[in-house]
Each structure stands twice: as C-alpha cells, then as structure tokens.
Write a new protein. Structure first.
Length: 180
C-alpha cells in the first residue's frame, strides 16, 4: 500500500483523481451530433435561401446521421430569426442560415438590433456566393414592358440591351413584365 503521508503526494493523488474523473466524464459524453439540428432561416419558405438550405440539409442529415429541421422565421429584415438564434443555447443544435442582410446590412439599416452580429454568432460554413447574371433584352421587349420610360434609357442605335445583376431586382422585374 502506498502511503500519502506528505502533502506533495496527497496533492499528486488528488490531481490524478480529478483528471481521471474529467477523463471519464469526457469519455461518457455522446459525440456531436446526437440529436436533431435546427436550421433557422430569416426568410419565408420557398425563398432562394430556403430552397438551397433544404437541398443541403438532406445531404447533411444523412452525413451526420441525425434529423435536420428547417425553421423559417421571416420578418423585421431577418432580425426575428437572428435574435432567436442569438438567444438559443450555444450547443451547436440551433444554427443560423442567412445572407449578408442580418450581419452586414442591418447594422446600418436599423436603428437598434436585438443581437450583435459579431459577438453572438460563430461562422461555420459558407454555402454559396453571389451570382452574376447577364440578361439580354431587345429594345422592343423593353418598350413593350415599360413604354416611354424605356426610351429614356435606351440610345437610338442600341438593338440589344445588356443588364447584369447579382440580385433579383431589376432582372426579375424586366423578365416578368417582358414575358407577359
């Protein structure tokens, strides 16, 4: 039997017991993930971000072996969803899938935020980037869609108008009206 008569030996023995306890607790912890993961989106179902996230989540759920739930929380320029995730337990089971709106634009667009875009979140992955689309429209298409308004922007010698955008604003508007 080993005698623990000196304070130094008692300290070493106590440290060994603590370390053994920590090691067994860490060993007993289940690996991540071991339950359903919720992906919170600040956009409505059917949006581009929602559609992309649903495709990715199918593969993610299979790869991780757990269920993935999509929780759409649109409104307030994404602040509802961002606040919800910022206040959730930081355990990796409630994740925020967003665009630059909630983290880059909102601090400049809104007077107050109910979350801190830097301190409340830890980026873990990027699922996509901006796309650049070039649409070609004939002068006749624009004149039909916008009438005299189009003539202001179109030079007389242009027969094809090129319009490029990484966003869905003007391109979608011209497409919808021109195809009516």
């Amino acid at each position: 039997m080993i005698s623990l008569s000196t304070p130094r030996l008692r300290a070493i023995a106590a440290s060994a017991l603590v370390l053994a306890g920590l090691a067994s607790a860490a060993y007993a912890q289940a690996p991540y993930p071991n339950r359903t993961i919720t992906l919170v989106l600040p956009f409505a179902a059917g949006s581009g971000t929602d559609t992309t996230t649903r495709i990715i989540s199918q593969h993610l759920g299979i790869a991780l072996g757990v269920g993935i739930v999509i929780d759409n929380k649109p409104g307030a320029n994404g602040m509802i969803a961002a606040t919800y995730v910022a206040r959730a337990a930081p355990d990796g089971y409630t994740l925020f899938v967003t665009t630059n709106t909630t983290h880059s634009a909102n601090p400049y667009l809104l007077k107050t935020l109910t979350y801190d875009p830097v301190k409340d979140f830890t980026p873990i992955a990027r699922t996509g980037g901006p796309g650049q689309v070039e649409n070609l429209y004939t002068r006749a298409m624009l004149e039909e869609a916008f009438g005299d308004l189009a003539l202001v922007e179109i030079r007389e010698h242009d027969s094809i108008i090129r319009e490029g955008s990484g966003h869905n604003g003007m391109s979608a508007l011209i497409d919808l009206v021109a195809r009516k």
